[in-house]
Design a protein around this ligand. Structure first.
Ligand code: NI
Ligand code: MN
Length: 223
C-alpha cells in the first residue's frame, strides 16, 4: 500500500511503511492553503517539474534540512548542486533507477521558469506501482503513449485552467491515461485557477472508467 498526501496546489507526499518518502513540487510558505510548513516535512527525495515559484517553492531549504536528493531537469539540478545539495539530473524521455524504483521524465506543454530549461512531468515507479505526475501542462495526445508504455496506477491531473489544463481537457487526459485512480490538483489556490473538483470528478466518472478521489489540502489516500 502506498499513501499519498496532498499538501496543496501541486505538492504531494508519497510514502509507504519502511520505504523512502518522495515529495513533489513543494510550494508551502506562500500557499494560502498549505496544510504544513517546510520545517514539518520529512523526505528522502524531492521531484521538481519546473522552476516556477509555485513548484520549485521551498525545494532547496527542504532538501538541505533533510539531506534529500532533488530529481529535476539539469538546469535546476545545476543550481541545486551549486548550493551543495544532492541532485540527480533527468531530462525528457530519460529514465533512471533509484532505490525505490525508476523515474521517467515526460514532456509537459508549459514554460520552464529558468533560462535554457524545459518543463517536465514524471512517471514514478514506486515499489511496484506507477504514479503519473504531469507537472503544469496543457493537454497533449502523447499522454496516450504514457498510458500505454507506463500505465499509471494513479494519475494526478491539474484542473485549474489558465496556466494548465482545465476540467474538460483533464477529463480527456484521463481518458488517454486509463488510470484506475485520478486525483486533481493545481486549482483553487488563487481565484485565477478556481475550479470545482466535484464537477471534474463527476465528468471523469461519467466519461471514463477511472475513479476520482478529491483530496483537501492535508488529506491522504492509499492505493
Ligand atoms: Ni508553472
Ligand atoms: Mn503552476
Amino acid at each position: 500500500m502506498t499513501k499519498i498526501t496532498f499538501l496543496g496546489h501541486a505538492c504531494f507526499l508519497v510514502e509507504a511503511e519502511g520505504k523512502e518518502t518522495l515529495l513533489f513540487d513543494p510550494f508551502l510558505k506562500e500557499n494560502p492553503l498549505a496544510p504544513r510548513q517546510p520545517e514539518q516535512i520529512k523526505t528522502d527525495y524531492i521531484l521538481v517539474t519546473h522552476a516556477h515559484f509555485d513548484h520549485l517553492g521551498e525545494t532547496y531549504e527542504i532538501a538541505a534540512a533533510n539531506e534529500a536528493t532533488i530529481i529535476s531537469t539539469p538546469e535546476i539540478t545545476t543550481v541545486a548542486q551549486e548550493k551543495g545539495l544532492n541532485a540527480h539530473p533527468l531530462n525528457v524521455g530519460g529514465k533512471f533507477d533509484f532505490p525505490f524504483g525508476w523515474v521517467k521524465a515526460t514532456p509537459a506543454l508549459h514554460s520552464a521558469g529558468i533560462a535554457g530549461g524545459t518543463p517536465c512531468g514524471f512517471v514514478i515507479h514506486y515499489h511496484g506501482q506507477n504514479i503519473y505526475f504531469p507537472g503544469d501542462t496543457g493537454l497533449f495526445s502523447d499522454m496516450k503513449l504514457i498510458g500505454e508504455l507506463t500505465p499509471p496506477d494513479l494519475a494526478l491531473l491539474p484542473i485549474g485552467d489558465n496556466y494548465t489544463m482545465g476540467i474538460d481537457d483533464a477529463v480527456v487526459a484521463a481518458s488517454f491515461l486509463k488510470a484506475p485512480l485520478i486525483i486533481p490538483y493545481h486549482y483553487n489556490t488563487w481565484p485565477l485557477i478556481a475550479a470545482d473538483p466535484q464537477e471534474f470528478k463527476k465528468k471523469v466518472e461519467e466519461k471514463t472508467d477511472s475513479q476520482c478521489q478529491i483530496l483537501a489540502p492535508g488529506a491522504s489516500c492509499s492505493f
